[in-house]
Ligand binder design. Structure first.
Ligand code: IYR
Length: 326
């Protein structure tokens, strides 16, 4: 796989392709970053971002993970002290999941976001941005029903982070894209370059195949799940053998194979008793999806294999969490 392919595999969108190609041509010394509001336990959405970071490390980029403590505070996620404590746990889980310790830098937002230069630049951005634009940028990120002033400041700080962390590429889920588009528009107005970004897809709700899997509603898979929890959740997941003809439902089982399992394992073995045809081995996602669609692979067998692989991916983080709590 060439570097551009590795950098962009499983991405929903890159802005712009030309800019990302230029970075992929010469990754040496280039920095990419992703930011997360600290959360005590990683879930499958965080892990999707982590898979992309692992791809980028393999491609030769340096990775910065922003533990966005101030952002979490602005988005009403708890007291500042509580947020600090869970940020540390988040770092440990990312490392256990497989981020390379040598080329990953973890940075707390609070370590630079109170500096005078940062705050002055923030005020300059506030003058350049309408409230309605900031509100729109936050539509898929904000907590609660009403919009607080803090949540209008949030996307402007996220834009500035790109500059202050001196990164060449901002990575995030598709729910971050409006913030990155705002950053592209407004940073040049205060003398900075328009940033380049890469967005990872959203995984559909596990039980319905609709919309987006969420940590606040519906079923999610997290680092805290036991082997049995994972088996149970995957077993009851929506997994139609053929794609929805209308095209507005996703198959979350296939999505997790595509975005989580195949990037991390060279091949996937679906175990079946001999009387049902014996084991199936897949070197790539497309072959597994085609077998599910043709009926060669039964959804129950696909789910059994998915639960085993997910469990293997989650086990080191689960163990680390247990150690931290004891
Ligand atoms: N908006 C992110 C958190 C975040 C991301 C970046 I990239 C920042 O520079 C700051 C905050 C979230 O929804 O978790």
């Amino acid at each position: 796989m060439d570097t551009y392919e590795l950098v962009t595999r499983n991405a929903a969108e890159v802005v712009t392709e030309e800019e990302v190609r230029a970075l992929a041509d010469d990754p040496e010394g280039k920095r990419v970053y992703v930011g997360y509001e600290p959360s005590g336990v990683l879930h499958i959405g965080h892990l999707l971002g982590a898979n992309k970071l692992i791809d980028l490390q393999e491609a030769g980029f340096d990775v910065v993970v922003l533990l966005a403590d101030v952002h979490a505070y602005l988005n009403d996620k708890g007291s500042f002290d509580e947020i600090e404590e869970i940020a540390e746990r988040m770092r440990e889980q990312f490392l256990a999941y497989g981020l390379d310790e040598e080329s990953t830098e973890f940075v707390y937002g609070s370590s630079f976001q109170f500096d005078e230069d940062y705050v002055l630049d923030l005020h300059a951005l506030e003058l350049e941005t309408t409230l309605s634009r900031a509100e729109r940028a936050m539509s898929e990120i904000k907590s609660g029903d009403s919009v607080k002033v803090s949540q209008a400041v949030y996307p402007l700080m996220q834009a500035l982070d790109i500059e202050y962390l001196d990164v060449d590429l901002a990575v995030g889920g598709m729910e971050q894209r409006k913030v990155h588009m705002l950053a592209r528009d407004v940073l040049p107005n205060v003398g900075y370059d328009a940033p380049t970004s890469l967005h990872t897809p959203l995984i559909a709700d596990l039980e319905s195949g609709e919309g987006k899997m969420s940590s606040s509603s519906g079923v999610n898979i997290s680092m805290e799940d036991s082997t049995e929890d994972i088996a149970e959740k995957v077993n009851s997941a929506f997994c139609p053998p053929t794609r929805d003809p209308e095209g507005d439902l996703e198959n979350p089982v296939l999505q997790i194979f595509e975005y989580h399992v195949f990037p991390r394992f060279d091949e996937v073995v679906v175990q079946r008793p001999d009387e049902y045809g014996g084991d199936l081995t897949y070197g790539e996602y497309e072959a597994l999806a085609a077998d599910l669609e043709s009926g060669e692979l039964h959804p129950a067998d696909a789910k059994g294999a998915l639960a085993d692989y997910l469990d293997e991916l989650i086990a080191p983080g689960r163990e680390r969490l247990r150690e931290l709590r004891s």
